[in-house]
Design a protein around this ligand. Structure first.
Ligand code: NAP
Length: 302
């Protein structure tokens, strides 16, 4: 990947970690790879399961389907009412697991209760878990086995790599310990030899910990929760948050951008930071699944 342009946040010395630009570079490379795969007779395909009427989920699914289209990946979206039965959803997962023309499957979170989202994830073949969040894929992060990385954590690591920000030996502090974001991010940083601290809602004196961070990852889900005074001068700040705030235009991260940018050496914006990287990683994982299927056709059907 070519190094993205180095631009600073206006009025500060902080490097802007531009996820939009890096994601675009990745997509251009993926588009070329899709052409090559098609020449070998494989049309990469992502199947999406969307249940219920959550407006945010519908927007996310539309964005992902459009992103697939932009690089030549075929996408199929199956939309079910919240009244659908667990049995019907599981039958669909089984059908996609067995379908050699479907390479990746995404179960859009959240699946509304009383439907059992965890049971659906457990049923999904790890070879098709391009979102990287089934128990098998998360377990592989612990054991170091080959699996698809969870898209947002993988996007964070890829963004750091794109800007040549060293991880090894650094003290990384992750605020948040969710299964889809905080925990896998902490494990990926650990696998890259960072010293990792994980903070959560019961952490005492959060600022004490965040001020130790060379790399600070905010994955809390609270608008502008991390402020400049909680950040060590020169730290790299990654804001994975994405929050809608009543009465404000646009989306807001978990970091108070203006105060953080005055202290940080590098920082992601919201929007345009981690979000576009997440989508790019979904496309990248889908392409990898398609390539795996070409190289080992029977394994992809398990
Ligand atoms: P989540 O499941 O609600 O987890 C939030 C985490 O923050 C929990 O571990 C919680 O601790 C911790 N937390 C809450 N209050 C805290 C406090 N006062 N001090 C320290 N830690 C606290 O949320 P999530 O799914 O991980 O998402 C987090 C954010 O990332 C959201 O804004 C979401 O929209 C965004 N997100 C973005 C993307 C993307 O593509 N950019 C993808 C996924 C999520 P406990 O475990 O103790 O409750």
């Amino acid at each position: 990947m070519t190094t993205p342009p180095f631009e600073t946040v206006p009025g500060t010395d902080a490097l802007l970690l531009n996820g939009k630009v890096v994601a675009q570079q990745i997509r251009e490379s993926l588009r070329e790879q899709v052409v090559q795969l098609r020449q070998q007779g494989v049309q990469p395909c992502l199947a999406v399961m969307l249940v219920g009427d959550d407006p945010a989920s519908h927007t996310y699914v539309r964005t992902k389907a459009r992103a697939c289209e932009s690089v030549g990946i075929r996408s199929i979206v199956h939309h079910y009412p919240a009244s659908v039965s667990q049995v019907e959803l599981e039958a669909q997962i089984d059908a996609w697991n067995a379908d050699p023309t479907v390479h990746g499957v995404l179960i859009q979170h959240p699946v509304p209760p009383p439907l059992d989202e965890s049971a659906l994830l457990r049923r999904l073949s790890p070879q098709k878990d391009v979102d990287g969040i089934t128990p098998a894929s998360l377990g592989a992060l612990l054991t170091g086995e080959e699996a698809f990385g969870a898209c947002t954590p993988l996007g964070i690591i890829t963004l750091l790599d794109a800007y040549r920000i060293p991880i090894e030996g650094k003290h990384a502090v992750v605020v948040g310990r969710s299964l889809i974001l905080g925990k896998p991010t902490a494990l990926m940083l650990l696998n890259r030899h960072a010293t990792v601290t994980v903070c959560h809602s019961r952490t005492r004196d959060l600022s004490f910990h965040t001020r130790q961070a060379d790399i600070l990852v905010a994955a809390v889900g609270k608008p502008e929760f991390i402020t400049g005074e909680m950040i060590k001068p020169g730290a790299v700040v990654i804001d994975a948050g994405y929050n809608r705030v009543e009465g404000r235009m646009g989306d807001v991260g978990d970091v108070h951008f203006d105060s953080a940018a005055r202290v940080a050496s590098a920082i992601t914006p919201v929007p345009g930071g981690v979000g576009p990287m997440t989508v790019a990683m979904l496309l990248q994982n889908t392409l990898r699944a398609a390539r795996n299927a070409l190289e080992s056709p029977t394994a992809s059907r398990n």
